[in-house]
Design a protein around this ligand. Structure first.
Ligand SMILES: Nc1ncnc2c1ncn2[C@@H]1O[C@H](COP(=O)(O)OP(=O)(O)O)[C@@H](O)[C@H]1O
Ligand SMILES: [Mg+2]
Length: 244
């Protein structure tokens, strides 16, 4: 393996995809997630971001192209199962991801699937909830939680597997300011690589090191921040002041 391959965690080569009877959604898409990189993706609705995450994790099948994890091609269902142990995927809507009545069962599900004993899985789940500061929700019923709490539980479910890479789909969508801030802190504490889809550019700027958008059915990198002006008003705005 040369140095470049050593640095690349996840690679997508020449990927094309369409839903049955639909026109091509992604075409000739290339992407490289290098070690230590956090990639933010912003693009209009319907451009295929969520579909891309589902293709990476094997929930949808690409028409053509290749996905490589640590330089190894991921092809069979078994390969994708192994990938899902290393690449944690947090869906946009928590209700699509929480299956059990009690929080702890959802968070322990991944570790159990990974082959840990029931006791080990519960310990891992408990530790993960503690690390997110939501251990008090351990025996709560998921359907009774607020949207923000559910988001944290789905993140806990992904983190409890100790993934190398996190894929987050609209993690701050629908969160209030305090929950959003907390989520950003948790995302930044995660040491592995990340790909984050979001319509929240400020959150992406705080959590990511590279920025992409989908244009012409491909991921393209935005290399420099765009200078733009805002007009806004607030009390004492006429006095000299700064914005942090
Ligand atoms: N299961 C599906 N079957 C057919 N078309 C779908 C399905 N899921 C999504 N689509 C369509 O694919 C396009 C891209 O969807 P999606 O990947 O969710 O985009 P994004 O996440 O960028 O908003 C949309 O036009 C959507 O309607
Ligand atoms: Mg989406």
């Amino acid at each position: 393996m040369d140095d470049l391959e050593n640095r690349v965690v996840l690679e997508i080569k020449n990927l094309s995809f369409s839903y049955p009877d639909g026109e091509e959604l992604l075409s000739g898409l290339n992407f490289r997630l290098e070690k230590g990189c956090s990639a933010g993706i912003w693009s209009p609705n319907g451009t295929g971001k969520t579909s891309l995450f589902k293709i990476i994790t094997g929930l949808l099948k690409a028409k053509s192209g290749e996905i490589l994890l640590y330089g190894k091609s991921v092809q069979t269902e078994e390969d994708f199962r192994a990938l899902r142990l290393k690449v944690g995927f947090v869906l946009q809507h928590p209700d699509d991801q929480l299956f059990f009545p009690e929080v702890i069962d959802d968070v322990a599900f991944g570790p159990l699937n990974e082959g840990l004993s029931e006791e080990e899985a519960w310990v891992r789940a408990h530790e993960t909830l503690v690390s997110l500061g939501i251990e008090h929700l351990e025996h709560s019923l998921s359907f009774e939680l607020s949207g923000g709490q559910k988001k944290l539980v789905t993140l806990a479910a992904a983190l409890s597997m100790k993934p190398d890479v996190l894929l987050l789909d609209e993690p701050t969508n629908g969160l209030d300011a305090a929950a959003r801030k907390r989520l950003i802190e948790i995302i930044n504490r995660f040491e592995g690589e990340k790909i984050i889809i979001s319509h929240d550019p400020d959150m992406l700027a705080e959590t990511c090191s590279r920025f992409f958008t989908i244009t012409d059915k491909k991921l393209s990198e935005i290399k420099a921040p765009q200078i733009h002006e805002h007009r806004h008003s607030h009390f004492f705005g006429a006095e000299q002041h700064s914005h942090n």
